[in-house]
Design a protein around this ligand. Structure first.
Ligand code: AMP
Ligand code: ZN
Length: 492
């Protein structure tokens, strides 16, 4: 199946092809770094990551830009409240964003850029808009003249022609009902950071930032632009108005938007006051891999309801996948092959890709893999699985993990490296296993080390130690089973 993506601009599923050659040029709106990002934000960033990974999986090269908004109303307000210069204030949250990205296995884009490093590009673009009659200065600020751009509203699919004349809006965020001429350059205010420009000292509006940065790295017309659905209006509508008025060319071929993460029936949001950061959940003992899994498991165009139950289930799903891989690699199977089983694994890989080709249907892709895991486990339990069948199943699991990236049991190592757990909690003795991952379950790796230590203790006749390890693992929720093929373990 060819890859088909839903385009907000045309409201259709379209077969995807890069505009030029084999390289996909894409831009994803990143965080506004005035605070820690919440997991609703990460739902959108994870959708962008799945998109990136699947484009690579499909054989494309990537030229991918993610921006960080480090100057806007919110960053200025919070940095002033904290009494810290804007750059130093936003540095802290950019650093946090990079740490969170590592924890959630978000791939690094080719370019991760911050707005304040691109002020000259923004000034130049605003000047072009003024020169071409799409923008005007007023009281030291510059506004975009919406009535001058006839297609305004084409992304939102709303006819704005009746409500636009005259009035202006200075804030970056407003709703469709308040659509007005919007601000490109805000005149400097007492005590606020500012930059010099031909139209007077000031700072950029939020929307011009993304137009200037995306076109700098990706050209005047590029393949994909994405963000959460709340960015369709006004942010992306305004980006189109700015970019297309300046260049006279199509700005973006495919616009993609993810639906919101919902909590208690409402969009997870800072301004509504109900949100969890990644850190909040880690400190409650949840693994980043489980959070990644939960947030990617629902296709991006469906709202996702966040619950702790869902997070526990995500952890169980990952355990099931990791245990299956453990069996595949460690268990002894009779020599030979079972062609029918190998077919199951191959077909699962095909269904996995077919689902993702269908506008990144992650739920369908997971379904295909779990069907395979169930059939593989059943065959193993009935002695029908042969050594020659391993590689086909492992291959499909690896394909799965190129997109979902949760099989590697490295949560604990990462939390340790990034300073979320202390080294003394990370020992490999049985006591540590009972309390690792910020009080959560021990990792597969730790369990395997302890099982090896237990085997060594038994060989040496130290049954007290071997029993102690088993008891401690049990306390940590891990059950050991001694079988002819060796020790098998599972989480309670
Ligand atoms: P911001 O930091 O507010 O600029 O938002 C960064 C990204 O997160 C944008 O693409 C937003 O659309 C997205 N976003 C904000 N809240 C949510 C949510 N509850 N669910 C999914 N995406 C969100
Ligand atoms: Zn943006």
């Amino acid at each position: 199946m060819p890859l088909r993506l839903y385009n907000t601009l045309t409201r259709q599923l379209e077969e995807f092809k890069p505009l030029v050659g084999n390289t996909v040029r894409m831009y994803g709106c990143g965080p506004t770094v005035y605070d820690y990002a919440h997991i609703g934000n990460y739902r959108t960033f994870l959708f962008q990551d799945v998109l990136r990974r699947y484009l690579k999986y499909s054989g494309y090269e990537l030229r991918h830009v993610i921006n960080v908004t480090d100057v806007d109303d919110n960053t200025i307000r919070n940095s002033q409240a904290a009494g810290v210069p804007l750059r130093a204030y936003t540095d802290k949250y950019i650093e946090a964003f990079l740490v969170d990205r590592q924890l959630l296995n978000l791939e690094q884009p080719e370019f991760l850029v911050r707005a304040t490093d691109h002020i000259p590009e923004m000034v130049k673009l605003i000047q072009t808009l003024v020169d071409r009659g799409f923008a005007y200065a007023s009281e030291g600020s510059v506004y975009y003249k919406v009535a001058a751009f006839a297609p305004y509203g084409k992304l939102t699919h709303v006819d704005f022609s009746g409500i636009l004349a005259g009035a202006r809006v200075d804030s970056d965020k407003y709703d469709k009902e308040n659509a007005r001429d919007f601000v490109l350059w805000k005149a400097a205010k007492e005590g606020e950071p500012f930059w010099d420009a031909p139209f007077g000292p000031g700072r950029p509006g939020w929307h011009i930032e993304c137009s200037a940065m995306s076109m700098k790295y990706l050209g005047e017309t590029f393949d994909i632009h994405s963000g959460g659905s709340d960015l369709i209006f006004p942010h992306h509508e305004n980006e189109i108005a700015q970019s297309e008025a300046a260049t006279g060319k199509l700005f973006v071929n495919v616009w993609m938007h993810s639906e919101h993460l919902i909590v208690n029936g409402e969009k997870m949001s800072k301004s509504l006051g109900h949100f969890y950061t990644l850190r909040d959940l880690i400190h409650q003992g949840f693994k980043p891999s489980a959070i990644r899994y939960l947030l990617t498991s629902v296709p991006h165009r469906k709202p996702l309801n966040f619950t702790f139950d869902g997070l526990h289930q995500a952890q169980q799903s990952i355990d099931r996948l990791r245990n299956f891989r453990f069996r595949l690699t460690k268990e002894e199977f009779p020599e030979g092959e079972t062609p029918a089983l190998q077919n199951i694994a191959r077909e699962a890989a095909q269904k996995f890709a077919d689902a993702l080709d269908d506008n990144l249907n992650t739920a369908g892709a997971l379904g295909a893999v779990f069907d395979m895991v169930r059939d593989g486990n059943t065959a193993m339990d009935h002695g029908e699985f042969h050594a020659g069948d391993r590689s086909e199943f492992l291959d499909t699991l690896q394909r799965f993990d190129r997109i979902f990236a949760v099989l590697e049991d490295d949560d604990h190592a990462k939390l340790l490296k990034l300073g979320f757990v202390k080294p003394q909690e990370a020992g490999t003795d049985a006591n540590a296993a009972a309390g690792s991952v910020a009080g959560g379950a021990p990792s597969d790796e730790e369990i395997e080390k302890l099982i090896a230590e237990r085997a060594a203790a038994r060989r040496a006749g130290n049954y007290a130690r071997s029993d102690e390890i088993r008891a401690n693992l049990q306390k940590a929720g891990v059950i050991l089973e001694d079988t002819k093929a060796g020790v098998r373990w599972k989480r309670k």
